[in-house]
Design a protein around this ligand. Sequence first.
Ligand SMILES: N[C@@H](CCC(=O)N[C@@H](CS)C(=O)NCC(=O)O)C(=O)O
Length: 209
Amino acid sequence: MYTLYGYPKTRSVRVAWALEELGLPYDYQLIDLRQGQHLSDAFRALSPAAKIPILITPEGALSESAAIVTYLAERHGMHEFIPEPGSFARAKYEEMLVFLVAELEQPIWNIAKHTFALPEDKRIAEMRDVAAWEFTRAMKTFSILLGDKSFVCGDMFTMADVIAGHILAWAKGSKLSHSYDNVHAYTEKVLARPAYTKAWQGEADKLPK
Ligand SMILES: N[C@@H](CCC(=O)N[C@@H](CS)C(=O)NCC(=O)O)C(=O)O
């Protein structure tokens, strides 16, 4: 059985969402970021960057949410949640995944970093305007890439939609708006998936009462 190390309202929901989509049972270990549990030696042994999510697999620990959901789909959801390696469809999946984490996510992450995530003396208030501008630019590209497709890779829901869905939910939570109707409709559709609700609800339920 897999073990997911995570914390609610973080990128670990991506991995929980992927596990739920695939119908895989998993153990969930809460790493309380507020209490600095991610900085412990025990956790650093699994995650040298001291970051979540971490997935413990039969072969070892895996980090980076986009890599983890891709691994899970390859092992348990080939042709259903991910195109075949070596195919052009798979290349488009990789293209989308890299665009999502390198271009669409970064401005949102930068806003978070320069609002609360970085140590106070490393935050630059002006970065937030720059990041909002970058987000607008990346969102325009995303809207063009999505076009009138049902999902980011076409008719099939893939793990790239898990990453995209989480980024779009994060953008909404960060009050970053846009006016692309296709993106609004897509966001509503992917975030309505029962596996997403199970994932974030499951993480929230793990918080001490
Ligand atoms: N690129 C990594 C980012 C991981 C990451 O930054 N995780 C955050 C939570 S969303 C974290 O653990 N932050 C703790 C810290 O930076 O101290 C991924 O997608 O998995």
